[in-house]
Design a protein around this ligand. Structure first.
Ligand code: ADP
Length: 407
């Protein structure tokens, strides 16, 4: 049987099809520029000989419904999906589940309504996620559509970690609290770390660092998230590609009073013009690495500020957890940028963290690996994330559980 994973954004839909017996990814791709005059359909799949094939074609894609139609057509024409009845579940990435959703959930009318109620907390993401869900529910009513939330893994945080020190009514009446994001990725790498450590996840204390264009750190005690760096929105915490992460909130008042910036301008400045881009003019870490090596001082500063912030969170989360089994790096930067990993972990010997520089800088190394020395009390691991696989597995588990309950 097969599980389709759908990541439906406002102007694009990404997908991946898994075979559930062995979790091989049979196909992946995207439809892009939905609603524009000319869209694009991309697909990649394994043919009957197990060889990878690709296709790319322009086509107008007026709505999400047509987008999903194209995806199903590519899957059927390429032969990886004989019929929609082969699908056991469709897993949808949903960015925000508020406090209501603590686990992957089979979508019915009431669940769709509850996801809609969270839209004010994620106005850019949840409507597009919901659009994808509504299409698959309408087109394939017999296939369970399961919502897998970026926030769900963090719903185990204690209130001392998720409440802000602002008046209580802002939480009780306006739902303002820390939610955290990237939960699917933090959960996936935590499970893989437990396997590498040879312990059950419920016995593992971890600091997981998802460092991509968006970046977040999570403190995991006995397999459960107890703190995370992103907050009400994905703007808080680490330095990101174009987002500032932690700053003094008074900077907002200062900018509005002295530079006359309104809310929209502030949002744009802090979400899209800050972070690595704001510091050095470039948001791609590969390019920043190249510039820094060539002596560019602003690129060097961008790496320095990012690593400094990551180190602060490692220290804070080690203090929160008391005992730590491993620090885990993942995401495009976490998996590949050895310099950032090195600087974030250097000088932490008193916390039991001893990096093995030759393992860390071994450029030919890919995949899951340990980059700390054998003496290091805290292991430092690099674990490539696989959010799509995690969504597929969680969707299948939720669909099977729901089927079991209805029998
Ligand atoms: P997203 O959050 O969009 O999924 P990714 O997890 O793909 O992002 O991470 C993107 C970031 O990873 C970019 O800053 C990119 O430059 C960086 N990155 C990817 N490969 C490398 C590499 N080999 N060395 C350094 N940085 C890298």
């Amino acid at each position: 049987m097969k599980v389709l994973v759908v990541n439906s954004g406002s102007s694009s839909i990404k997908y991946q099809l898994f075979r559930s017996q062995d979790w091989v990814a049979l196909a992946s791709g995207s439809v892009a520029r939905i609603g524009e005059a000319e869209g694009e359909i991309r697909g990649e799949w394994l043919d009957w000989k197990g060889e990878r094939q690709t296709s790319r074609a322009p086509a107008p894609i007026p709505t999400h419904q047509e987008g999903i139609d194209h995806i199903i057509a590519v899957l059927r024409e390429s032969g990886v999906l004989g019929d929609v009845s082969e699908l056991t579940a469709i897993g949808h990435r949903v960015v925000h589940g508020g406090e209501h959703f603590k686990r992957p959930t089979l979508v019915d009318d009431a669940v769709a309504k509850a996801i809609e109620e969270v839209i004010p907390l994620a106005p850019l993401h949840n409507p597009a996620n919901l659009a994808g869900i509504e299409v698959t529910r309408r087109l394939f009513p017999r296939v369970p559509s399961v919502a897998v939330f970026d926030t769900a893994f963090h719903q185990t945080m204690p209130r001392t970690a998720y409440r802000y020190a602002i008046p209580e009514f802002l939480y009780t009446e306006h739902r303002i609290r820390r939610y955290g994001f990237h939960g699917t990725s933090h959960h996936y790498v935590a499970k893989r770390a437990a396997v590498l450590l040879g312990k059950p996840l419920a016995a593992c204390n971890l600091v997981t660092l998802h460092l991509g264009n968006g970046a977040s750190a999570t403190a995991i005690r006995e397999g459960r998230s107890v703190d995370t760096s992103m907050g009400l929105t994905p703007l808080e915490g680490l330095v990101m590609g174009t987002r500032c992460g932690d700053i003094d909130p008074a900077i907002h008042f200062y900018l509005s009073k002295n530079l006359g910036l309104d809310t929209a301008a502030l949002e744009d400045l802090l979400n899209r013009q800050s972070g690595l881009l704001g510091i050095c003019g470039v948001n791609d870490m590969r390019e920043i690495d190249r510039l820094a090596e060539a002596g560019d001082d602003r690129a060097e500063l961008a790496i320095g500020i990012s690593a400094h912030r990551i180190k602060k969170y490692i220290g804070a989360y080690c203090a929160e957890l008391g005992r730590v089994d491993a620090i885990v790096f993942t995401g495009g930067i976490g998996e590949n940028a050895a310099e950032i990993r090195c600087r974030a972990c250097e000088g932490l010997e008193n916390l039991g963290i001893r990096m093995d520089d030759s393992a860390n800088f071994a450029i030919e190394e890919r995949g899951e690996r340990c980059i700390s020395t054998p003496e290091s009390a805290v292991r430092v691991l690099v674990i490539p994330t696989n959010e799509e696989l995690e969504i597929a597995q969680q969707a299948l588990a939720a669909a099977s559980e729901a089927a079991g309950e209805s029998h």
